[in-house]
Design a binder for this molecule. Structure first.
Ligand code: SAH
Length: 406
C-alpha cells in the first residue's frame, strides 16, 4: 500500500481566499470538500481569480485551513485539494493521489479495466479517470483540473504506465464550470473500439466517440447479479448502450437477449461485443425510442424472464425532479407488463437528485399500475471503483432495484 504523502506545505505564495464568518469552517476542517459561493468572501480580488486558481483557504479568523481550487464562476466556488495549506499541486502530488486510487482498484480487480479515479471520492475533485488496459480516459470536469492537465497526465502515465490518454471533455459538469466541450487524444493513439473483459463478457468501448468515457463500469456488480438471474431465460435490455446487462446475461447462459437503444452507434458496439463474447447467435438489437418499444411490445403481449431498464438520468438536477420521477414511474409501468410471472425486473436510476426512497416509491407505484405485485430482492448501488466521499455520501447516484414479479 502507498501512504498518502501530504507533507508540509512548501508554497507560500498562493493567493488567499477567506470564509465568511457564517460559513461552517469546522465542517471543512473535518473533511467537507466543497465551499459554496455564499460561504466565501467574494470581494473584487477573489472574483477576479481565473477559474481554477489554486489558493489557500482561510477561516474568517484568518487561520489557514486548506489548499483549494477556486472557480468564481461556479456555485462550488472552492474545492479542497489538500488539507495542508500552501500545498504545492504538482506532478508528484497528482502521482500520490493516483497511486492511492490505483491501490484500491488493484485490490478489487484482477484486470486493469475500471474507474481509476472517481473525483471527490478519490480526493481529486472533479477529476474522473477510467482505465481501459493500456489506455486511460480523463474527464477534467473542474476548471482547476483543466489548467493542471499536463501535470495530471504526466503523473497518470508515470503511475499506471498507460500509453494512450484521451481527454473526454464532453460532460454536463464542465458546462457548470464554464468549460468548453472537447474530446482529444493527448498521448498515444486510438485505432478503434477497445475490448473490455467484464463479468465473463467482452464489451467494445469507443474511447473517443462514445458516451461517458466509453463504458458504464459503475453497473458492474448489478450486471453480474442480473446475469445470474437470467440463466436459460429471455432477456430484454432496455437503454442497453453497448449491452452492459445483455452481454453479461448471455455470457452467464441466458437463452436470448434483445437490446434496445436509441443510439445506432451504441448498438453497433453491442453487436461487436456479442460477437467477441461468442454469443452473437443469441443476441438481437432494436434501435428505437425505449418508451415506444415498451408500449409496442406490451401491446403485442411479449414476455421476458428478465427485463432491465437503465435509462439516462431523467432527473439530472433538482429542478427536473418531478418530471424525472414521472418518467421513472412510466418506465416501471411499461416494463412490468413484459415480465413473465415469476420473472425479474431490474430498474435503475443514475439521477443524483432522485434519492433511493423516491425512486423506489415511483418504481413500486408503476409496477402496481401495471397490475403486478412484486418483491424487492436486491438494492444495488455503484460499484466500489466509484467510491463516495464520506461527507458527500448522499451524492451516491446509482440505484438498481431488482424486483421479482408475481
Ligand atoms: N445499460 C447500460 C447503460 C445505459 S446508458 C449499461 O449497463 O452499460 C443509457 C442509454 O440510454 C444510452 O445508451 C442512450 O443512448 C440510451 N437512451 C437515451 N434515451 C433513450 C430513449 N429515449 N430510448 C432509447 N434509448 C435511449
Amino acid at each position: 500500500m502507498t501512504p498518502p504523502s501530504d507533507v508540509s506545505g512548501d508554497q507560500a505564495d498562493l493567493p488567499v481566499v477567506r470564509l465568511k464568518p457564517k460559513a461552517d469552517a469546522r465542517a471543512i476542517r473535518h473533511g467537507s470538500p466543497w465551499v459554496f459561493s455564499d460561504e466565501l468572501v467574494l470581494d473584487r480580488r477573489t472574483r477576479a481569480l481565473a477559474p481554477g486558481t489554486i489558493a489557500t483557504l482561510e477561516g474568517a479568523d484568518r487561520v489557514p485551513i486548506a489548499t483549494v481550487a477556486v472557480n468564481p464562476l461556479s456555485r462550488i466556488v472552492a474545492r479542497v485539494l489538500s488539507r495542508t495549506p500552501g500545498r504545492r499541486i504538482d506532478r508528484a502530488w497528482f502521482a500520490d493521489r493516483i497511486r492511492v486510487a490505483q491501490d484500491l482498484r488493484k485490490t478489487l480487480y484482477d484486470k486493469d479495466f475500471y474507474r481509476l479515479v472517481h473525483a471527490e471520492g478519490d480526493r481529486l475533485p472533479g477529476v474522473v479517470i477510467d482505465r481501459f488496459g493500456d489506455a486511460a480516459v480523463v474527464q477534467p470536469n473542474a476548471a482547476w483540473a483543466d489548467r493542471a492537465l499536463d501535470d495530471l497526465v504526466a503523473a497518470l502515465v508515470e503511475v499506471t504506465g498507460v500509453s494512450t490518454v484521451v481527454k473526454n471533455g464532453a460532460g454536463r459538469a464542465r458546462r457548470l464550470e464554464g468549460l468548453p466541450g472537447v474530446v482529444e487524444v493527448l498521448a498515444g493513439g486510438v485505432s478503434g473500439p477497445v475490448e473490455v473483459p467484464m463479468n465473463g463478457a467482452i464489451y467494445l468501448a469507443d474511447l473517443v466517440g462514445g458516451q461517458k468515457t466509453g463504458l458504464y463500469f459503475d453497473q458492474r456488480d448489478n450486471h453480474a447479479f442480473a446475469a445470474g438471474l437470467a440463466r436459460g431465460g429471455r432477456v430484454l435490455d432496455v437503454f442497453a448502450h453497448v449491452g452492459g446487462f445483455s452481454l453479461a446475461a448471455l455470457a452467464a447462459g441466458a437463452a436470448s437477449a434483445l437490446a434496445v437503444d436509441s443510439s445506432a452507434d451504441a448498438l453497433r458496439l453491442a453487436e461487436g461485443g456479442a460477437a467477441a463474447t461468442g454469443v452473437a447467435d443469441r443476441f438481437e438489437t432494436l434501435r428505437a425510442d425505449a418508451f415506444e418499444a415498451l408500449e409496442a411490445m406490451g401491446a403485442e403481449g411479449r414476455r421476458f424472464d428478465l427485463v432491465v431498464c437503465d435509462p439516462p438520468a431523467f432527473a439530472p438536477a433538482r429542478q427536473a425532479l418531478d418530471a424525472g420521477l414521472r418518467a421513472y414511474e412510466r418506465v416501471a409501468r411499461l416494463s412490468a407488463r413484459l415480465v413473465e410471472p415469476g420473472g425479474f425486473l431490474v430498474l435503475c436510476s443514475c439521477s443524483h437528485a432522485a434519492d433511493l426512497a423516491s425512486f423506489r416509491q415511483v418504481s413500486v407505484r408503476g409496477i402496481g399500475r401495471a397490475g403486478r405485485r412484486a418483491q424487492i430482492i436486491r438494492t444495488g448501488f455503484q460499484a466500489p471503483d466509484h467510491p463516495l466521499h464520506p461527507r458527500l455520501a448522499e451524492t451516491g447516484y446509482l440505484k438498481a432495484l431488482t424486483f421479482r414479479l408475481v
